[in-house]
Design a protein around this ligand. Sequence first.
Ligand SMILES: Nc1nc2c(c(=O)[nH]1)N[C@H]1C(S)=C(S)[C@@H](COP(=O)(O)OP(=O)(O)OC[C@H]3O[C@@H](n4cnc5c(N)ncnc54)[C@H](O)[C@@H]3O)O[C@H]1N2
Ligand code: MOO
Length: 462
Amino acid sequence: MSGDATPPTAHQHVTWHQARAIAHAAAPLLPARAVPVTEALGCPLAADLTAPADLPHYASSAMDGWAVAGTGPWRLGADPGRSLATELQAGDAVPILTGGAVPAGTTAVLRSEHGRIDDLAGTGDRKTAVLVDVGPAPVPPNAHIRPAGEEAAAGDVLIAAGEVLTPAHIALAAVVGADTLTVRPTPTVAALLTGDEVITSGLPAAGQVRDAFGPQLPAVVNLLGGLTTAVDRLPDDRDSVTAALSAATADVVITTGGTGRSRADHVRSGLIDLGAELIIDGIDVRPGHPAVLARLPGGGPLVVALPGNPLAAMLTLLTLAQPVLAGLLGRPRPGSVLARSAVDLPPGRATRLVPARRVSGTDGVTPCGHYGAGMLRGLADADVVLVVPPRGLVAWREAEAVALPWTRQHVDAGWPGVTASRTPGTPDGGTLKHSPTPDGPETCGDGPAPVKPVVRVEGPRI
Ligand SMILES: Nc1nc2c(c(=O)[nH]1)N[C@H]1C(S)=C(S)[C@@H](COP(=O)(O)OP(=O)(O)OC[C@H]3O[C@@H](n4cnc5c(N)ncnc54)[C@H](O)[C@@H]3O)O[C@H]1N2
Ligand code: MOO
Protein backbone atom coordinates (compact mmCIF):
# COMPACT_ATOMS: atom_id res chain seq x y z
CA MET A 1 0.00 0.00 0.00
CA SER A 2 1.25 3.55 -0.58
CA GLY A 3 -0.01 7.01 0.27
CA ASP A 4 -0.57 8.52 3.69
CA ALA A 5 -4.07 7.31 4.52
CA THR A 6 -4.29 5.13 7.58
CA PRO A 7 -5.07 1.52 6.60
CA PRO A 8 -8.58 0.58 7.76
CA THR A 9 -7.27 -2.31 9.82
CA ALA A 10 -5.45 -0.09 12.32
CA HIS A 11 -6.91 0.40 15.80
CA GLN A 12 -7.53 4.10 16.10
CA HIS A 13 -8.51 6.13 19.15
CA VAL A 14 -8.03 3.17 21.42
CA THR A 15 -7.97 3.84 25.14
CA TRP A 16 -4.72 3.72 27.07
CA HIS A 17 -5.70 0.37 28.59
CA GLN A 18 -6.69 -1.03 25.22
CA ALA A 19 -3.41 0.17 23.71
CA ARG A 20 -1.40 -1.68 26.36
CA ALA A 21 -3.44 -4.84 25.89
CA ILE A 22 -3.21 -4.72 22.07
CA ALA A 23 0.54 -4.06 22.24
CA HIS A 24 1.05 -7.03 24.54
CA ALA A 25 -1.05 -9.33 22.38
CA ALA A 26 0.81 -8.22 19.25
CA ALA A 27 4.13 -9.36 20.68
CA PRO A 28 4.25 -13.15 21.01
CA LEU A 29 6.96 -14.90 22.97
CA LEU A 30 10.18 -14.95 20.96
CA PRO A 31 11.14 -18.48 19.88
CA ALA A 32 13.95 -20.13 21.78
CA ARG A 33 17.35 -19.98 20.16
CA ALA A 34 20.81 -21.32 20.83
CA VAL A 35 23.25 -18.60 21.79
CA PRO A 36 26.93 -18.85 22.74
CA VAL A 37 27.38 -19.40 26.47
CA THR A 38 29.10 -16.03 26.62
CA GLU A 39 25.91 -14.29 25.44
CA ALA A 40 23.39 -16.15 27.57
CA LEU A 41 23.72 -14.17 30.80
CA GLY A 42 20.35 -12.87 31.98
CA CYS A 43 18.34 -14.94 29.49
CA PRO A 44 15.75 -17.47 30.67
CA LEU A 45 16.93 -20.99 29.83
CA ALA A 46 14.49 -22.61 27.39
CA ALA A 47 15.49 -26.27 27.84
CA ASP A 48 16.94 -28.10 30.84
CA LEU A 49 20.71 -28.24 30.85
CA THR A 50 21.73 -31.79 31.74
CA ALA A 51 25.20 -33.05 32.57
CA PRO A 52 26.61 -34.69 29.42
CA ALA A 53 29.04 -36.70 31.59
CA ASP A 54 29.78 -37.20 35.25
CA LEU A 55 30.86 -33.99 36.95
CA PRO A 56 33.75 -34.01 37.59
CA HIS A 57 34.34 -36.41 34.76
CA TYR A 58 37.46 -37.93 36.33
CA ALA A 59 38.63 -38.55 39.90
CA SER A 60 41.04 -35.80 40.86
CA SER A 61 43.16 -34.63 43.73
CA ALA A 62 41.91 -31.87 46.01
CA MET A 63 45.43 -31.17 47.31
CA ASP A 64 49.00 -30.81 46.17
CA GLY A 65 50.83 -33.88 47.53
CA TRP A 66 51.10 -37.55 46.61
CA ALA A 67 48.66 -40.13 45.34
CA VAL A 68 49.25 -43.18 47.52
CA ALA A 69 48.09 -46.78 47.45
CA GLY A 70 47.65 -48.71 50.68
CA THR A 71 49.34 -47.74 53.92
CA GLY A 72 52.71 -46.00 54.24
CA PRO A 73 55.58 -45.70 54.08
CA TRP A 74 55.42 -45.70 50.29
CA ARG A 75 57.91 -46.14 47.44
CA LEU A 76 57.94 -42.80 45.65
CA GLY A 77 57.67 -43.12 41.91
CA ALA A 78 58.06 -40.53 39.15
CA ASP A 79 55.61 -37.70 38.62
CA PRO A 80 52.89 -39.16 36.39
CA GLY A 81 51.88 -35.67 35.30
CA ARG A 82 48.21 -35.71 34.42
CA SER A 83 48.39 -39.06 32.67
CA LEU A 84 46.19 -41.85 33.88
CA ALA A 85 48.56 -44.44 32.47
CA THR A 86 50.18 -45.20 35.79
CA GLU A 87 48.47 -47.81 37.97
CA LEU A 88 49.59 -47.76 41.59
CA GLN A 89 50.19 -50.94 43.51
CA ALA A 90 49.92 -51.15 47.31
CA GLY A 91 52.92 -49.28 48.77
CA ASP A 92 53.35 -46.97 45.73
CA ALA A 93 53.13 -43.19 45.76
CA VAL A 94 53.46 -40.58 43.00
CA PRO A 95 53.47 -36.78 43.23
CA ILE A 96 50.18 -35.13 42.28
CA LEU A 97 48.89 -31.56 41.99
CA THR A 98 45.50 -30.14 42.91
CA GLY A 99 43.09 -31.02 40.11
CA GLY A 100 45.38 -33.72 38.75
CA ALA A 101 43.83 -37.02 37.69
CA VAL A 102 44.46 -39.64 40.36
CA PRO A 103 46.07 -42.76 38.93
CA ALA A 104 44.21 -46.05 39.05
CA GLY A 105 44.87 -47.87 42.30
CA THR A 106 45.09 -44.66 44.35
CA THR A 107 43.53 -45.10 47.78
CA ALA A 108 44.18 -41.58 49.16
CA VAL A 109 46.04 -38.35 48.57
CA LEU A 110 48.60 -37.39 51.18
CA ARG A 111 48.81 -33.61 51.26
CA SER A 112 52.28 -32.14 50.88
CA GLU A 113 52.35 -30.74 54.45
CA HIS A 114 51.85 -34.25 55.84
CA GLY A 115 54.57 -36.06 53.91
CA ARG A 116 58.30 -36.36 54.35
CA ILE A 117 60.66 -37.86 51.82
CA ASP A 118 63.24 -40.00 53.56
CA ASP A 119 66.53 -41.54 52.53
CA LEU A 120 66.61 -43.56 49.42
CA ALA A 121 65.99 -47.24 49.94
CA GLY A 122 67.60 -49.97 47.85
CA THR A 123 70.88 -49.95 45.95
CA GLY A 124 72.26 -48.77 42.60
CA ASP A 125 69.64 -48.09 39.93
CA ARG A 126 67.00 -49.65 42.13
CA LYS A 127 67.28 -46.90 44.78
CA THR A 128 63.84 -45.46 45.57
CA ALA A 129 62.83 -42.48 47.68
CA VAL A 130 60.54 -43.32 50.59
CA LEU A 131 57.50 -41.25 51.45
CA VAL A 132 56.51 -41.18 55.12
CA ASP A 133 53.17 -39.97 56.50
CA VAL A 134 53.99 -37.38 59.20
CA GLY A 135 50.49 -35.98 59.49
CA PRO A 136 48.68 -35.76 62.84
CA ALA A 137 46.88 -39.03 62.01
CA PRO A 138 47.42 -41.63 59.31
CA VAL A 139 45.90 -40.50 56.04
CA PRO A 140 42.44 -42.13 55.86
CA PRO A 141 41.19 -43.96 52.78
CA ASN A 142 39.87 -41.66 50.02
CA ALA A 143 41.34 -38.57 51.68
CA HIS A 144 41.49 -35.57 49.33
CA ILE A 145 40.17 -37.50 46.33
CA ARG A 146 37.34 -35.82 44.45
CA PRO A 147 35.52 -38.77 42.96
CA ALA A 148 34.16 -38.65 39.43
CA GLY A 149 30.47 -37.77 39.49
CA GLU A 150 30.73 -36.22 42.95
CA GLU A 151 28.85 -33.09 41.83
CA ALA A 152 26.52 -34.63 39.28
CA ALA A 153 25.97 -37.87 37.44
CA ALA A 154 25.68 -37.86 33.66
CA GLY A 155 22.09 -36.93 32.79
CA ASP A 156 21.37 -34.97 35.97
CA VAL A 157 19.48 -31.70 35.41
CA LEU A 158 21.96 -28.97 36.28
CA ILE A 159 19.87 -25.93 35.36
CA ALA A 160 16.12 -26.20 34.91
CA ALA A 161 14.34 -24.58 31.97
CA GLY A 162 12.98 -21.19 32.98
CA GLU A 163 15.89 -20.21 35.20
CA VAL A 164 17.19 -16.75 34.40
CA LEU A 165 20.86 -17.38 33.79
CA THR A 166 23.22 -15.89 36.36
CA PRO A 167 27.02 -15.72 36.21
CA ALA A 168 27.11 -18.92 38.31
CA HIS A 169 24.87 -20.70 35.79
CA ILE A 170 27.16 -19.59 32.97
CA ALA A 171 30.20 -20.91 34.84
CA LEU A 172 28.45 -24.23 35.50
CA ALA A 173 27.42 -24.57 31.86
CA ALA A 174 30.99 -23.88 30.76
CA VAL A 175 32.58 -26.45 33.07
CA VAL A 176 30.30 -29.18 31.79
CA GLY A 177 31.41 -28.36 28.29
CA ALA A 178 28.40 -26.48 26.89
CA ASP A 179 29.30 -24.17 24.00
CA THR A 180 25.77 -22.88 23.44
CA LEU A 181 22.64 -22.65 25.55
CA THR A 182 19.07 -22.69 24.32
CA VAL A 183 17.48 -19.61 25.77
CA ARG A 184 14.53 -17.32 25.44
CA PRO A 185 16.41 -14.48 23.81
CA THR A 186 16.48 -10.94 25.04
CA PRO A 187 14.43 -8.90 22.58
CA THR A 188 16.69 -6.67 20.55
CA VAL A 189 15.76 -3.07 19.92
CA ALA A 190 16.96 -0.72 17.19
CA ALA A 191 16.35 2.96 17.91
CA LEU A 192 15.77 5.39 15.04
CA LEU A 193 15.81 8.98 16.27
CA THR A 194 14.39 11.43 13.75
CA GLY A 195 14.65 15.19 13.61
CA ASP A 196 16.72 17.69 11.59
CA GLU A 197 16.72 19.98 14.60
CA VAL A 198 18.13 17.41 17.05
CA ILE A 199 21.75 17.87 18.08
CA THR A 200 23.82 15.59 20.28
CA SER A 201 26.20 17.92 22.11
CA GLY A 202 26.54 21.47 23.31
CA LEU A 203 23.97 24.17 23.83
CA PRO A 204 21.20 24.06 21.24
CA ALA A 205 20.60 27.26 19.25
CA ALA A 206 17.08 28.58 18.64
CA GLY A 207 15.28 26.02 16.52
CA GLN A 208 17.53 23.22 17.73
CA VAL A 209 16.99 20.75 20.60
CA ARG A 210 19.44 18.56 22.43
CA ASP A 211 18.63 14.90 21.98
CA ALA A 212 16.77 13.69 25.07
CA PHE A 213 16.52 10.07 24.00
CA GLY A 214 19.89 8.80 22.78
CA PRO A 215 21.58 9.25 26.17
CA GLN A 216 19.06 7.13 28.07
CA LEU A 217 16.76 5.14 25.80
CA PRO A 218 19.05 2.06 25.81
CA ALA A 219 19.02 2.09 29.61
CA VAL A 220 15.22 2.25 29.76
CA VAL A 221 14.96 -0.52 27.17
CA ASN A 222 17.29 -2.53 29.35
CA LEU A 223 15.12 -1.92 32.43
CA LEU A 224 12.15 -3.15 30.40
CA GLY A 225 13.97 -6.37 29.50
CA GLY A 226 15.29 -5.51 26.03
CA LEU A 227 18.71 -4.90 24.56
CA THR A 228 19.36 -1.92 22.33
CA THR A 229 21.62 -3.01 19.52
CA ALA A 230 21.64 0.17 17.43
CA VAL A 231 20.87 3.86 17.83
CA ASP A 232 20.70 5.73 14.52
CA ARG A 233 19.80 9.32 13.80
CA LEU A 234 17.77 10.28 10.77
CA PRO A 235 16.90 13.51 9.03
CA ASP A 236 13.25 14.44 8.52
CA ASP A 237 13.29 12.90 5.09
CA ARG A 238 10.83 10.27 3.86
CA ASP A 239 13.35 8.22 1.90
CA SER A 240 15.80 8.14 4.82
CA VAL A 241 13.10 7.08 7.27
CA THR A 242 11.71 4.45 4.92
CA ALA A 243 15.16 3.05 4.15
CA ALA A 244 16.12 2.89 7.84
CA LEU A 245 12.86 1.17 8.78
CA SER A 246 13.26 -1.38 6.04
CA ALA A 247 16.91 -2.09 6.97
CA ALA A 248 16.25 -2.61 10.68
CA THR A 249 17.00 -6.13 11.84
CA ALA A 250 16.06 -6.04 15.54
CA ASP A 251 12.97 -7.62 17.11
CA VAL A 252 11.60 -4.15 17.84
CA VAL A 253 12.27 -0.79 16.24
CA ILE A 254 11.63 2.25 18.40
CA THR A 255 11.40 5.51 16.51
CA THR A 256 11.20 8.97 18.03
CA GLY A 257 9.57 11.99 16.44
CA GLY A 258 7.89 12.20 13.09
CA THR A 259 4.58 10.70 14.22
CA GLY A 260 2.63 13.84 13.32
CA ARG A 261 1.07 14.56 9.95
CA SER A 262 3.12 17.58 8.91
CA ARG A 263 5.39 17.69 5.85
CA ALA A 264 8.36 17.00 8.18
CA ASP A 265 6.83 13.88 9.75
CA HIS A 266 7.61 10.65 7.91
CA VAL A 267 7.30 7.72 10.27
CA ARG A 268 3.68 6.85 9.53
CA SER A 269 4.07 7.45 5.81
CA GLY A 270 7.31 5.45 5.78
CA LEU A 271 5.55 2.55 7.44
CA ILE A 272 2.69 2.74 4.95
CA ASP A 273 5.14 2.93 2.03
CA LEU A 274 6.70 -0.29 3.24
CA GLY A 275 3.34 -2.05 3.53
CA ALA A 276 3.56 -2.31 7.32
CA GLU A 277 0.52 -3.40 9.27
CA LEU A 278 -0.53 -0.45 11.44
CA ILE A 279 -1.74 -2.16 14.58
CA ILE A 280 -2.45 1.01 16.57
CA ASP A 281 -2.63 4.42 14.96
CA GLY A 282 -3.39 6.96 17.66
CA ILE A 283 -4.31 6.53 21.31
CA ASP A 284 -6.83 8.49 23.38
CA VAL A 285 -4.24 9.57 25.89
CA ARG A 286 -2.37 12.79 26.67
CA PRO A 287 0.46 12.99 26.12
CA GLY A 288 1.20 10.47 23.45
CA HIS A 289 -1.88 10.54 21.22
CA PRO A 290 -0.05 10.30 17.84
CA ALA A 291 1.84 7.13 18.82
CA VAL A 292 1.86 4.23 16.37
CA LEU A 293 2.41 0.51 16.75
CA ALA A 294 3.10 -1.36 13.54
CA ARG A 295 4.62 -4.53 12.19
CA LEU A 296 6.85 -4.48 9.16
CA PRO A 297 5.84 -6.96 6.47
CA GLY A 298 7.14 -10.49 6.16
CA GLY A 299 7.20 -11.10 9.90
CA GLY A 300 9.50 -8.12 10.31
CA PRO A 301 10.08 -6.17 13.50
CA LEU A 302 7.39 -4.52 15.53
CA VAL A 303 7.72 -0.76 15.31
CA VAL A 304 6.91 1.42 18.30
CA ALA A 305 6.71 4.98 17.04
CA LEU A 306 7.07 7.47 19.88
CA PRO A 307 6.07 11.10 19.51
CA GLY A 308 8.97 13.56 19.53
CA ASN A 309 7.87 15.57 22.53
CA PRO A 310 10.14 14.29 25.30
CA LEU A 311 7.55 13.57 28.00
CA ALA A 312 5.18 12.13 25.42
CA ALA A 313 7.91 9.81 24.19
CA MET A 314 8.95 8.65 27.64
CA LEU A 315 5.39 7.91 28.71
CA THR A 316 4.60 6.20 25.42
CA LEU A 317 7.41 3.80 26.26
CA LEU A 318 5.19 2.69 29.15
CA THR A 319 2.09 2.63 26.98
CA LEU A 320 3.52 0.59 24.10
CA ALA A 321 7.17 -0.48 24.47
CA GLN A 322 6.74 -1.97 27.94
CA PRO A 323 3.90 -4.34 26.97
CA VAL A 324 5.60 -5.20 23.66
CA LEU A 325 8.82 -6.21 25.40
CA ALA A 326 6.88 -8.07 28.09
CA GLY A 327 5.04 -10.03 25.38
CA LEU A 328 8.25 -10.93 23.54
CA LEU A 329 9.72 -12.11 26.83
CA GLY A 330 6.67 -14.22 27.61
CA ARG A 331 5.89 -12.08 30.65
CA PRO A 332 2.35 -11.13 31.66
CA ARG A 333 0.83 -7.86 30.56
CA PRO A 334 2.40 -5.15 32.72
CA GLY A 335 0.27 -4.19 35.65
CA SER A 336 -0.13 -0.89 37.34
CA VAL A 337 0.31 0.70 40.72
CA LEU A 338 -2.41 1.95 42.98
CA ALA A 339 -1.75 5.30 44.56
CA ARG A 340 -3.83 8.04 46.13
CA SER A 341 -3.72 11.49 44.68
CA ALA A 342 -3.40 14.11 47.40
CA VAL A 343 -5.37 16.52 45.24
CA ASP A 344 -8.48 16.42 43.08
CA LEU A 345 -7.69 16.21 39.38
CA PRO A 346 -10.41 17.59 37.15
CA PRO A 347 -12.10 15.79 34.27
CA GLY A 348 -10.53 16.01 30.83
CA ARG A 349 -11.19 14.84 27.28
CA ALA A 350 -8.92 11.81 27.38
CA THR A 351 -6.94 9.72 29.81
CA ARG A 352 -3.99 11.74 31.08
CA LEU A 353 -0.65 10.41 32.22
CA VAL A 354 0.57 12.68 34.99
CA PRO A 355 4.00 12.34 36.63
CA ALA A 356 3.48 12.43 40.40
CA ARG A 357 5.71 12.32 43.44
CA ARG A 358 5.17 11.15 46.97
CA VAL A 359 3.90 13.66 49.50
CA SER A 360 6.18 13.60 52.50
CA GLY A 361 4.53 12.21 55.62
CA THR A 362 1.75 10.48 53.72
CA ASP A 363 1.41 7.78 51.15
CA GLY A 364 -0.34 10.14 48.82
CA VAL A 365 1.16 11.40 45.60
CA THR A 366 0.76 14.75 43.94
CA PRO A 367 1.34 15.93 40.38
CA CYS A 368 4.90 17.13 39.94
CA GLY A 369 4.22 20.22 37.82
CA HIS A 370 6.16 20.86 34.60
CA TYR A 371 4.44 17.98 32.88
CA GLY A 372 3.70 19.52 29.51
CA ALA A 373 4.27 17.08 26.65
CA GLY A 374 7.54 18.78 25.71
CA MET A 375 8.88 18.98 29.26
CA LEU A 376 10.95 16.68 31.42
CA ARG A 377 11.24 18.33 34.85
CA GLY A 378 8.06 16.76 36.15
CA LEU A 379 9.13 13.30 35.06
CA ALA A 380 12.56 13.79 36.60
CA ASP A 381 10.83 14.50 39.92
CA ALA A 382 8.32 11.68 39.69
CA ASP A 383 7.94 8.48 41.66
CA VAL A 384 4.99 7.20 39.63
CA VAL A 385 2.74 8.29 36.79
CA LEU A 386 -0.93 8.76 37.62
CA VAL A 387 -3.32 7.38 35.02
CA VAL A 388 -6.06 10.00 35.25
CA PRO A 389 -9.27 8.87 33.58
CA PRO A 390 -11.39 11.33 31.60
CA ARG A 391 -13.72 11.71 34.59
CA GLY A 392 -10.85 12.95 36.77
CA LEU A 393 -9.69 11.89 40.21
CA VAL A 394 -11.01 12.55 43.69
CA ALA A 395 -8.35 13.29 46.27
CA TRP A 396 -7.29 10.35 48.46
CA ARG A 397 -9.35 7.83 46.55
CA GLU A 398 -7.39 4.87 45.24
CA ALA A 399 -6.18 5.76 41.78
CA GLU A 400 -4.38 3.89 39.09
CA ALA A 401 -0.78 4.72 38.37
CA VAL A 402 2.22 3.11 36.73
CA ALA A 403 5.64 2.72 38.22
CA LEU A 404 8.48 4.12 36.18
CA PRO A 405 11.00 1.53 35.03
CA TRP A 406 13.63 3.18 37.21
CA THR A 407 11.43 3.49 40.30
CA ARG A 408 9.83 0.07 40.00
CA GLN A 409 12.27 -1.59 42.38
CA HIS A 410 11.57 1.04 45.02
CA VAL A 411 7.85 0.58 44.57
CA ASP A 412 8.22 -3.21 44.82
CA ALA A 413 10.34 -2.91 47.95
CA GLY A 414 8.15 -0.26 49.57
CA TRP A 415 8.61 3.41 49.03
CA PRO A 416 12.10 4.79 49.52
CA GLY A 417 12.60 5.61 53.18
CA VAL A 418 9.98 3.13 54.34
CA THR A 419 11.40 0.50 56.62
CA ALA A 420 10.06 -3.02 56.60
CA SER A 421 9.19 -2.76 60.31
CA ARG A 422 6.65 0.01 59.77
CA THR A 423 3.05 -1.06 59.94
CA PRO A 424 1.55 -1.12 56.46
CA GLY A 425 -1.00 1.61 55.99
CA THR A 426 0.50 4.08 58.41
CA PRO A 427 1.95 7.29 57.03
CA ASP A 428 5.16 6.45 55.19
CA GLY A 429 4.34 2.75 55.41
CA GLY A 430 3.38 1.37 52.02
CA THR A 431 1.30 -1.73 51.48
CA LEU A 432 2.31 -3.40 48.26
CA LYS A 433 -0.23 -5.73 46.80
CA HIS A 434 -0.85 -7.39 43.48
CA SER A 435 -4.22 -7.34 41.84
CA PRO A 436 -5.21 -9.48 38.88
CA THR A 437 -7.09 -6.63 37.23
CA PRO A 438 -4.83 -4.56 35.03
CA ASP A 439 -7.62 -2.20 34.12
CA GLY A 440 -7.51 -0.27 37.34
CA PRO A 441 -9.93 0.55 40.10
CA GLU A 442 -12.93 2.81 40.25
CA THR A 443 -11.29 6.12 40.86
CA CYS A 444 -14.11 8.60 41.41
CA GLY A 445 -16.95 8.77 43.89
CA ASP A 446 -18.37 10.77 46.77
CA GLY A 447 -17.38 8.70 49.80
CA PRO A 448 -15.23 10.12 52.58
CA ALA A 449 -11.51 10.34 52.11
CA PRO A 450 -9.69 7.50 53.86
CA VAL A 451 -7.85 8.45 57.01
CA LYS A 452 -4.69 6.56 56.21
CA PRO A 453 -3.75 6.69 52.57
CA VAL A 454 -2.24 3.52 51.21
CA VAL A 455 -0.07 2.89 48.21
CA ARG A 456 -0.04 -0.55 46.74
CA VAL A 457 1.06 -2.29 43.59
CA GLU A 458 -1.40 -4.18 41.47
CA GLY A 459 -1.15 -6.43 38.51
CA PRO A 460 1.60 -8.69 37.27
CA ARG A 461 5.08 -7.28 37.32
CA ILE A 462 7.15 -6.75 34.26
N1 LIG B 1 -1.50 20.22 13.96
C1 LIG B 1 -1.13 19.40 14.93
N2 LIG B 1 0.11 19.51 15.44
C2 LIG B 1 0.51 18.70 16.42
C3 LIG B 1 -0.38 17.75 16.96
C4 LIG B 1 -1.66 17.64 16.42
O1 LIG B 1 -2.48 16.82 16.83
N3 LIG B 1 -1.98 18.48 15.39
N4 LIG B 1 0.02 16.97 17.98
C5 LIG B 1 1.10 17.47 18.79
C6 LIG B 1 1.55 16.43 19.65
S1 LIG B 1 0.57 16.05 20.95
C7 LIG B 1 2.71 15.80 19.46
S2 LIG B 1 3.27 14.64 20.58
C8 LIG B 1 3.57 16.10 18.34
C9 LIG B 1 4.02 14.86 17.63
O2 LIG B 1 5.17 15.21 17.05
P1 LIG B 1 6.09 14.23 16.25
O3 LIG B 1 6.06 12.86 16.77
O4 LIG B 1 5.83 14.40 14.80
O5 LIG B 1 7.51 14.79 16.65
P2 LIG B 1 8.31 15.97 16.04
O6 LIG B 1 7.39 16.91 15.34
O7 LIG B 1 9.41 15.40 15.25
O8 LIG B 1 8.85 16.63 17.34
C10 LIG B 1 7.98 17.16 18.32
C11 LIG B 1 8.82 17.92 19.32
O9 LIG B 1 9.73 17.03 19.94
C12 LIG B 1 11.05 17.50 19.81
N5 LIG B 1 11.97 16.37 19.66
C13 LIG B 1 12.00 15.48 18.66
N6 LIG B 1 13.01 14.62 18.85
C14 LIG B 1 13.61 14.97 19.97
C15 LIG B 1 14.72 14.47 20.67
N7 LIG B 1 15.44 13.40 20.23
N8 LIG B 1 15.08 15.06 21.84
C16 LIG B 1 14.40 16.14 22.30
N9 LIG B 1 13.32 16.65 21.68
C17 LIG B 1 12.95 16.09 20.52
C18 LIG B 1 11.00 18.32 18.55
O10 LIG B 1 12.08 19.21 18.47
C19 LIG B 1 9.67 18.98 18.69
O11 LIG B 1 9.76 20.07 19.56
O12 LIG B 1 2.98 16.90 17.41
C20 LIG B 1 2.25 18.00 17.98
N10 LIG B 1 1.78 18.83 16.92
O1 MOO C 1 0.31 13.66 22.43
MO1 MOO C 1 1.59 14.77 22.38
O2 MOO C 1 2.28 13.24 22.56
O3 MOO C 1 0.69 15.31 23.80
O4 MOO C 1 2.76 15.44 23.22
